[in-house]
Every structure is written in C-alpha cells, then in structure tokens.
Design a protein. Structure first.
Length: 396
C-alpha cells in the first residue's frame, strides 16, 4: 500500500527553502492555544511572533472579518473605504499622531518610511539615514540597507547609498556620524530579533539632544513592540523619545496582513497623490479586523492586562534568575515583550518546552529565550510557563 506523502515532503517539493519549519502540524487555534493534528494542545507564548495579540479565533475578530467579507473583500484605493477611515481614526485617537498610510507588512512600512524621509530631506539637503547594529527592520532592499545583520544581507549587495549603521547604545559613535546631512535616525527602542535589548537612558538622551541640534526625523520601529505589547501604546514611551514617524504592523490586522506608518506634523504634507501607493495596503477585511484589535486593546482593557501580566512575568523571571544564576544572565524587556538571556544556546530549551511541556517559546540572537504571548494571557498561563521552565532548567 502506498504511504501518504508527508506535509514536510510536499512543502520541500514546492517551496523555495526560506523557512526552518517547526516539526508541528497545526490543526486549529483557540484562545492562547494551538492544537496539533495529533490532538496535542500547545500553549502559545510567542503568538505568531507578536501578531496574535488577541489569540486565536477571537469571536469579535471572526465576526468582523465575516461581516466585511460579505460586503466586499477588496476595492481599489481610488475608493473611500469606511473600514480604512475608521481604523485610521482609532490610530490617530490612541497614538497622538495625525496621519496614517496603510500597507501590507512591517517591511513595507519601513520602505514607506524611508521614502518619506528621503522626500522630506531632499529640499533640505539631508539625504543620510542612520540606524543601529543588531536591529531588524525587514527583508526588502531598503530595510536591509539600514541593518547590519549578515544573516539577512549577505549576497544582496549593493544596498542604498548614504545609509550608516552605528553601534547600538554607543553615544560617542552616534555623535560622530550624525550631522546636518542626516535626514533620519531609525531606532528599535526594544530590539526584537536583536535579543530583546533596550536602548539605555543615556542613549535616548543623546538621540533627543542630537535631534534638536540637527533637525533630523526620528523614526521609531514599533512593528514588534507597538500597540500595547510593552504595557504602553508604543515601546519608545518607556524612554522619553518623540518620533516623527512610527512603523507598525504585526498585531494591527489581527492576523491578516496589515502595516502602517504614522506621521506627525513635520511629515504631514510630504506625500501627495501618486507619489506613493499600494494595491492591497489597507485591505478592508484586514482593516475591519484591525478595528477590533484596537478597540479590544485600548478600549476594552486588554492593555491593562498586558501591564499586570507583564509585571507578573518579569517578577517570575527575576525569581528564576535567582534560582539559576549560572544559566540566566539577564532578564530583558517590558510588559509582554520579554527575554531571558542565557549563558548557553537556547534552542535545546525551546525544543524541550515544546516537546515535553507543550509550550511554544522562541529563541533569538542565539542565547535569548523570547516571550511574546497573546495579550489576553492569564496568571495561570504564566505560572504554567514558569513551572515548565524551572523543570527544564533543573534537568539541564
């Protein structure tokens, strides 16, 4: 009898080999859990890499997606669309920025921000962009131009001119490179792929001082840290910075592809009809989902849950650090964007947590266990995760 072909073999035959797939075939998701086709239930503590802020199969999300899909799934951006307008109004209301441009993803938001920066800076003689080591802004050519990660950049040269990557948290290095030609500084205040590393207070003050002196735009990448994840609307709020542009994506569409840039007064009139656009950006179904996401986070108390559960998570991590001082070198992050930096590679721990304890976590930067759970998690979920980590660490 012929054996059925596995999903792994079928994928290998059809796809460019760009992903290192997990050995888990998912059947469905519900709340903070996903269920494998083998019937095993997994607690998801990284939520599609910070995308599923409301978890899986949220009833209001499903209802909004169904209702909008029945009206129309797509219209050209030549048409006014109520879901786009309503979502933009909510973003303006809850973020304090005045202008919105919708796209499809975080890396597209980065590209749009680069274009706004260049267009704004050209008449002023400002054409240089400064960014920082260990950051991740996406995989398109513009995004790669403002990163230093060889893992992502190797083989794609040459990149955009006049882009300079400076050592993260090195004030002197930043002061040497920023000048009157600097159009923008791009910053992840809490680096996700970079290991949940945060800017220092000294570095934040230096950025603000140089921003005032040289008049460049400050662009905050909040694709992973934004929209309530750290207990504030944006991660940069923990550091007192005042960006002119913000890039957002991941949780915005409730799991559907949706990104955006938010702009303040300095860039409000940079774009005009025809100079930038997108076919699918601001898809009405994704925007309908986004309305639910923002209402739940900012108007139904989910952000407060992120504050409270984040505090519990960090307190528990610090207790673990006391128990395992030779293994855990640092507790990182804010709210429900948290990391444990280890003195060893973290992938084995990720595997044990998945296969033995049925809890999904992630490892980034080699040694950092990254936690990006749905913002709806409870104290019980945190307790379950901490107990499994403790058992895993003891076994090591």
């Amino acid at each position: 009898m012929t054996q059925p072909i596995s999903a792994t073999d079928r994928e290998s035959a059809c796809f460019f080999h760009t992903y290192k797939r997990l050995p888990l075939e998912v059947d469905r998701g519900e709340g903070v859990y996903i269920f494998g086709k083998d019937g095993i239930r997994y607690l998801d503590m990284f939520a599609g890499l910070a995308v599923n802020a409301l978890g899986y199969a949220h009833p209001k999300l499903l209802a909004a997606i169904g209702e909008q899909s029945a009206k129309y799934i797509h219209l050209s951006n030549y048409f006014l669309q109520e879901p786009q307008i309503r979502l933009a109004e909510l973003l303006v209301k809850h973020t304090g920025f005045s202008k919105v441009f919708f796209c499809n993803s975080g890396t597209e938001a980065t590209e749009a921000a680069i274009k706004v920066v260049r267009k704004w800076g050209k008449p002023l003689g400002k054409n240089e962009i400064v960014s920082f080591t260990h950051a991740f802004h996406g995989r398109t050519m513009g995004a790669l131009s403002i990163m230093d990660r060889e893992k992502y950049r190797d083989g794609y040269e040459p990149f955009l001119d006049n882009c300079f990557v400076v050592e993260y948290n090195e004030v002197a290095a930043l002061e040497r490179i920023v000048n009157e030609k600097t159009a923008a500084v791009f910053i992840e205040c809490i680096q996700g792929e970079g290991g949940i590393s945060s800017i220092s207070p000294e570095f934040a003050r230096a950025i603000s001082s140089l921003q005032e002196k040289h008049g460049f735009l400050l662009v905050a990448d909040e694709i992973q840290s934004g929209l309530g994840r750290t207990g504030t609307v944006f991660g940069f709020e923990h550091f007192g910075l005042k960006p002119d542009l913000v890039t957002i994506a991941k949780p915005l569409g409730g799991g559907l592809p949706l990104g955006a840039i938010l702009g303040g007064p300095k860039v409000a009139n940079v774009l005009s009809p025809g100079v930038h656009g997108t076919t699918f950006g601001g898809n009405p179904v994704a925007c309908a989902a986004g309305i639910v996401v923002l209402e739940e986070i900012f108007e139904r108390g989910i952000i407060q849950n992120a504050v409270e559960r984040g505090k519990e998570l960090h307190e528990a991590f610090h207790s673990l650090k006391t128990e395992f001082p030779s293994l855990i070198t640092e507790v990182r992050g804010y709210g429900l964007m948290a990391g444990l930096n280890l003195s060893r590679d973290g992938e084995e721990i990720v595997t044990v947590m998945r296969d033995t304890h049925h809890i999904l976590i992630n490892c980034t930067a080699g040694t950092v266990l990254r936690f990006l759970p749905p913002l709806i998690i409870t104290t019980d979920h945190i307790t379950q995760t901490i107990n499994a980590l403790r058992e895993t660490f003891h076994a090591l």
